[in-house]
Every structure is written in C-alpha cells, then in structure tokens.
Design a protein. Structure first.
Length: 243
C-alpha cells in the first residue's frame, strides 16, 4: 500500500494504469531492450515508456539497474548493476554478475566485428537516416576472418542460433533463418551496437584476438567491459525473437 497508492496516483496523472505500467516493467526486465521500430508491440511499449519514464527510472534506481534511452534511435536498454555504460557516468556499484548471462565466444566475436564494421561505415558516411548500416553477409564473414581469424559458424543450426541471439539483443535486423544461409543475404546493424561495445573495447580489437574454441567465454577471458553481457534480468531469453 505504501508504494502502490502513490504509484497509482502518479500513473493516473500521466494517463496510464498500474497494469499497463507492470506490463512495461516486466517486458523491460525480461528482454532489457525496447526498439520502437522493431514491431507494433514494441512501438506501443516505447511510447508508454515516454509517458512514465521518470517513474520507470525511480523504480529501477532502487535495484541499481541503469537505463539508457537513445531518443535518436527510439530505443531503451537496461544494464545490470555495476555495468560500464557508454553515454552514462561511471558507476561505483561493485555487484556480482549474478543477474547476467555470459555470451559464447562466437557471439562475443561477432558482436565485436559488427561494432567494427559499424564504426567503419560511420566514418565513411554509409549510414541511413535511422543511423543503421547495411552489410552483406559475405562482407561480415570476411570481416570475421580478417579481424579475428574466425569465420561465421558453418553449421546451419549454429549460424541460425547466432543470428537469432543478435536479433533478440536488437543489434541487427535480418531476414528469416533460411535467408541467413544465402551468401548474398544482407543484414542491418542497428546503432544500438555502440551502447554495448565501447570505443575502448573496439580499440582492443585491433591489438587482440579471441581464442578459436567454441566454448563459452570465461570471466578471465572476457574483454574488460560489461557492455557486451547478455541481458535478461529474469535469467532467460525467449527461444524466438519477441513480437
């Protein structure tokens, strides 16, 4: 009652209700990201976030969860306690990573290459009005070989799983799973890639390479950043991209 009544009053003043606020918070904590351009449902939730953004921030600050809103890209992303977040000040929280899942080495490697390719296209002015970069699948595979000496997975199952995860993290747009087998397919890199991989990590890519094994990356081998951590605060991700 101590929290619910003032929250109800604040929500009513903003033209929404507690059930709608709850739906927004559950979606954010579950997927940790909203992109307005992703789907009709995410557009609805993003617009609702704009209505109550101050209440969302007050709710999350108690949990030491940080939120990054990119109005240019119409996206909202949550970061676990202690995460180093580009665009936000340093955080002194020294929490464990219990709320995070670790990405596999293949996922980390591909995200690093996507960030490098995005930065390259940005320098060359090859971005659209939404800040997105379009990249041929063949070029991505070649970049993986050149930068990290590690091509995209050859296994159909592994490749589909990789791109499904990148779509869930809202880092890319791509065709369906079958399209990912076509060497002439194209993917779209979202500008949100810059919020997960810092310039510091990108610079390290020039000097370092990741091990070639396909084992999940260990805490010791993980790049010295939390910006490329997996993200569900409910410790799960859906098997298919959210609607």
């Amino acid at each position: 009652m101590i929290i619910t009544e003032p929250l109800n009053t604040a929500l009513e003043a903003r033209g929404t209700t507690l059930p709608l606020f709850s739906e927004l918070m559950i979606r954010l904590l579950d997927h940790t990201v909203l992109c307005r351009t992703e789907s009709k449902k995410e557009a609805e939730l993003y617009d609702r976030y704009l209505q109550v953004h101050d209440l969302v921030e007050e709710y999350l600050v108690v949990l030491h969860i940080r939120i990054l809103h990119e109005p240019r890209f119409q996206s909202v992303r949550l970061f676990p306690p202690g995460a180093d977040v580009p665009g936000l000040g340093d955080c002194d929280d020294s929490f464990n990573t219990g709320l995070r899942q670790r990405l596999s080495q293949q996922e980390v490697a591909t995200i690093l290459v996507l960030r490098a390719e995005y930065d390259k296209s940005l320098r060359e002015g090859q971005i659209d009005e939404k800040g997105q970069v379009v990249l041929p699948m063949e070029a991505l595979n070649l970049a993986c070989k050149n930068l990290l000496n590690r091509p995209l997975p050859e296994s159909t199952t592994d490749r589909r799983s990789l791109f499904r995860k990148l779509r869930q993290l809202r880092l890319i747009r791509s065709g369906n799973d079958d399209a990912m087998e076509d060497a002439e397919a194209w993917i779209t890199i979202r500008p949100d890639i810059t919020t997960l991989v810092t310039d510091k990590v990108l610079a390290q890519l020039i000097e370092e390479t990741l091990p070639a094994e396909q084992e999940p990356i260990s805490e010791a081998d993980q790049p010295s950043t939390t910006d490329i951590d997996e993200s569900s605060f409910f410790n799960k991700l859906p098997e298919n991209p959210p609607e």
